[in-house]
Ligand binder design. Structure first.
Ligand code: F6P
Length: 320
């Protein structure tokens, strides 16, 4: 394979720049030309393609976001969109592609593979919602970002004897809430995977107050409901003083953690090696600290398992 392309797609994640750098350097080491495709599948359809250079990837690893930009493309989901993408790849002589993104981006990879383009997926999403891999790129940084904010919020909640509810991202997955909750000593974690009725949660906060614990931190993953709604519910049913904070994009941006940079570098390398070995339609993942790959279709089938042990650990610690 002489010329490959790389793109980032869906929500940006800290660490994507390290993955791009690794794809570029591994490609060059294998004697390939590496083309950058800007703005994800949308840019692919529109032909936003250029050679990647050392200048474009150097001194970017410590930055969040993605030097290739990203987008969510509705057009790529249509037959016409895929056809346009194929003709751009053909016009630029791109023989293989690396896509860094989440499950939606992986489905796009499968479409390209079906049409004869060897494509490899690298998991980039802060949600950590892909079951075939222990970690996705960006999750660790997001957890660190959230943990830092928890302690700031705790300071001010404590000053006022308040309960602080912190809403974090995670559409269908409570991993950010869970991990940051443990790291930030949360008193309650609300995630989509666990059905904890709000009246039960409100009772717990009222009990905390009765036993003299005036400040509690509640983590809520967006997939389990909105912080404002939970706060309104608790206000209606208890005398607890409670405030909501929605962290939003603060958790997705900023300096990628060393863990995410290293993970991304390892995954980028494996993705290019797979293309070089003539493989197509693979998803790169990590299991027990070993980089491995699985068929994209199989990877997407693996149910993401919620770490009950970690959740129960927090439940136990919150009682005492
Ligand atoms: O998929 C990652 C994610 O961070 C989700 O947790 C969140 O719901 C979504 O992206 C929001 O992304 P955007 O606002 O960019 O569409």
């Amino acid at each position: 394979m002489k010329r490959i392309g790389v793109l980032t797609s869906g929500g940006d994640t800290p660490g994507m720049n390290s993955a791009i750098r690794s794809v570029f350097k591994t490609g060059v080491a294998h004697g390939m030309q590496v083309m950058g495709i800007y703005h994800g599948y949308k840019g692919l359809i529109e032909g936003r393609v250029d050679y990647l250079t050392h200048e474009q990837v150097e001194n970017k690893m410590h930055k969040g976001g993605t030097v290739l930009r990203t987008a969510r493309s509705e057009e790529f989901r249509t037959e016409g969109g895929v056809e346009k993408a194929l003709s751009v790849l053909h016009a630029y002589g791109i023989e293989g592609l690396v896509v860094i993104g989440g499950d939606g981006s992986f489905r796009g990879c499968m479409e390209l593979v079906k049409n004869g383009v060897p494509t490899i997926g690298i998991p980039g999403t802060i949600d950590n919602d892909l079951g075939y891999t222990d970690f996705t790129i960006g999750f660790d940084t997001a957890v660190n970002n959230v943990t830092n904010e928890i302690y700031k919020i705790r300071d001010t909640m404590r000053a006022h004897d308040r309960v602080g509810v912190i809403e974090v991202m995670g559409r269908n997955c409570g991993d950010i809430a869970l991990w940051a909750g443990i790291a930030g000593a949360a008193d309650l974690i609300l995630v989509p995977e666990i059905d904890l009725p709000w009246d039960e949660a409100a009772k717990r906060l009222a009990q905390n107050k009765l036993r003299g614990k005036l400040t509690s931190i509640v983590m809520i993953a967006e997939g389990a409901g909105r912080a404002e709604d939970f706060v309104a519910y608790v206000r209606e049913h208890t005398d607890v003083e409670i405030k909501a904070t929605v962290l939003g994009y603060i958790q997705r941006g900023g300096n990628p953690s060393a863990f995410d940079r290293v993970l991304a570098a390892r995954m980028g390398q494996r993705a290019v090696e797979l293309l070089d070995e003539g493989k197509a339609g693979r998803a790169v993942g990590i299991r027990k600290n070993k980089i491995y790959d699985a068929a994209l279709a199989d990877a997407l089938e693996v149910k993401d398992e919620f770490d009950m042990k970690l959740y129960e650990l927090n439940e136990m610690m919150a009682q005492f």
